[in-house]
Design a protein around this ligand. Structure first.
Ligand SMILES: N[C@@H](CCC[C@H](N)C(=O)O)C(=O)O
Length: 285
């Protein structure tokens, strides 16, 4: 089967985008297709696949499958790339529009230069903070803020945030010493998180600037995670480490994102989105 694709990235977090306005795919094949495409030796190489599809509730919809074939509920970098694709391929002809994800409907705004989308801002909606909404097992408190978290003989403090998908955020003194490789895989699959978890370590530089690295559920270490950067800013604000209602610069391995958690409770994300390549994927299922 020949599947037309566009490879795009947001700060190095790359996905293979498949346009379901043009090409239909069977539901049952999607997890295996994501694993196949993502393989850097026998596929194209990516952090997963993203499907851009018609929606009855918004201008378009987006679904994300991680490298291991699991489906995530949302993807911040994917939303910015999807917004760019939708505008540049005429799926929308306005600069502000809505995108449906498995988690919610978000508002996208694209900034145009010479007919190309340069920057994208997404209103990601309100974070969910209740333990049951993460979901995280435990009964200490309703919200999970700087809660003691023992893993592999290390005593950490976790703040848990759902941006539609689940995130566990840990504050460290120096991002270069973050135990991402050592603890990321164990925390991702820890049984306190029944749906798995995206794992973020952050170093707070100033009340408006943080360093960030991530171990993503289903994909491992990536260069950037948009929902993770949003969760990191929310977690940092809950711990009184960054300013609420101000734009926070998040330095990710792949570049910078600008995140604000406003007074009304909405999280805004601004950043770039880039096309890498287009082509046909020859899929032998
Ligand atoms: N890279 C993404 C998040 C992708 C999904 C995540 N791994 C999950 O399973 O929840 C982003 O930019 O937000």
């Amino acid at each position: 089967m020949k599947i037309p694709f566009t490879k795009m990235h947001g700060l190095g977090n790359s996905y293979i985008y498949i346009d379901l306005f043009q090409h239909k795919l069977e539901e049952a094949m999607l997890p295996a297709l994501a694993q196949s495409v993502s393989n850097m030796n026998t596929g194209i190489g990516s952090d997963g696949i993203i499907l851009i599809h018609p929606s009855e509730r918004a201008a378009l919809g987006m679904r994300i499958f991680n490298k291991d074939g699991s489906e995530g509920q949302s993807c911040g970098n994917g939303l910015r790339c999807t917004a760019k694709y939708a505008y540049e391929h005429g799926i929308v002809d306005v600069t502000q529009f809505q995108i449906e994800t498995k988690a919610n409907i978000v508002e996208a705004e694209v900034q145009i230069q010479n007919n190309n989308v340069q920057l994208v801002t997404i209103n990601m909606g309100k974070p969910q903070l209740n333990r049951a909404d993460i979901p995280m097992i435990g009964s200490e408190t309703e919200k999970v803020v700087a809660e003691q978290f023992k893993i592999m003989d290390q005593q950490l403090k976790v703040t848990a945030v759902s941006m539609g998908n689940p995130h566990a955020v840990f504050v460290v003194d120096n991002i270069d010493d973050a135990p991402l490789v050592e603890l990321g895989p164990s925390i991702e699959k820890d049984k306190r998180f029944p749906q798995g978890i995206n794992v973020e370590f952050i170093e707070v530089l100033t009340p408006t600037e943080i360093n960030f690295c991530v171990w993503e559920r289903g994909s491992g270490i990536t260069q950037a995670c948009g929902t993770g950067a949003c969760a990191a800013v929310v977690a940092a604000a809950l711990n009184d480490l960054v300013n609420r209602n101000e734009q926070i610069t998040v330095h990710l391995p792949g570049g910078d994102l600008f995140i604000k958690w406003d007074d009304q409770g909405y999280v805004w994300m601004t950043g770039g989105a880039e096309v890498i390549a287009t082509g046909d994927y020859y899929y032998d299922d």
